[in-house]
Design a protein around this ligand. Sequence first.
Ligand code: KG4
Ligand code: ZN
Length: 420
Amino acid sequence: MLTLHKAAAALPKPSRSRMCEFLRSFGFDPGKLFLHKLILGIETSCDDTAAAVVDESGKVWGEAIHSQTEVHLNFFISSRTGGIVPPVAQQLHRENIQRIVKEALSTSKISPSELSAIATTVKPGLALSLGVGLSFSLRLVDQLKIPFIPIHHMEAHALTIRLLNKVEFPFLVLLISGGHCLLALVRGVSDFLLLGKSLDIAPGDMLDKVARRLSLIKHPECSTMSGGKAIEHLAKQGNKLHFDIKPPMQRAKNCDFSFTGLQHVTDRIITQKEKEEGIQKGQILSSAAHIAAAVQHTTACHIAKRTHRAILFCKQRDLLPQSNAVLVASGGVASNFYIRKALEIVTNATQCTLLCPPPRLCTDNGIMIAWNGIERLRAGVGVLYNTEGIRYEPKCPLGVDISEEVGEAAIKVPRLKMEI
Ligand code: KG4
Ligand code: ZN
């Protein structure tokens, strides 16, 4: 044996690139030989049907997404109800899921038999939407005889950054989207401490409502944008100081958020301006850009202040390193550059580093679900070889809630100049 090993060691090893070339000459993709595990991620928790194939190194082999935004936007105009219409979302997921998964696999040039596992969002989200992704995935894992990894949508948002950057635990995460608003400390793949959350609606929901009230869908520059994006776009043309909108919860020394008050104040301003300008509800106000700028500024200040307190709390309790701690901001609203700049002011003042996934990974996608599957597979947590009794959960908190303790600490946050 010893001699054999010695003999083998004496032979020159073919280089990896020459081996790749050799394999390619047979029409074989050598990437597949060197990768370890491939996971298909499936996301249907809200209004996007998304799928992606990701490997252990974080390489994205292929992805596909079908966004329902436009359909729901058109539905809002006719129904005037606003928000996502669950049965419509369910029907669209049903119509698209097979095509989207097929597309993700075919762009990956991966055959289903090469997959190591399937990871799918099972919580939290719209019951009707989650059900479509779950039943499709369970049929697939059953056929392929591979493990299933149930995914928490918010955990997936929180860990997406680790696909791109080498971020070690613990780090702080701020998740701000259309359905969620929370601050959490991430201590491990499935170890989260919830520091604060919105007591009413999420910031994206508020921005969507304001955008709808301003009828931005009729604005020639914003007609295809989500509410939040339309507000960001229009705010660039407005003066944030034109209207004085105070940030909410100034006296509550915790890390919770609130956005309904902000929505109502803005609503009153719009009604007042409609009277002044003598225009009907549904027409575009001449001061729409100023309103957008003011509401975006107050939203940014509110989010920045609560995040600042969370950083101070974590440092006070030695939950985060004193210097070079990482704050990750993700979710659809975190793709807003004005809000990112407000957060940067906070991280600069507290010697932290702000990291934000690129906008396409901030919004819902299949990559983050597949990546969370990889994280779980690596850590050996939540990988199911038997899917009996697995259910989706429309409501599911993130981690252990210590928000009361954060409030009891009543940390005073130093005032920062928000010059953005
Ligand atoms: O994460 P996401 O795609 O879906 C969930 O809510 O889970 O976030 C969508 C939300 C919407 O409310 C949308 O208006 C908001 O994110 N959003 C933005 C921006 N882009 C999307 N809000 C502010 N500024 C943006 N640029
Ligand atoms: Zn999301």
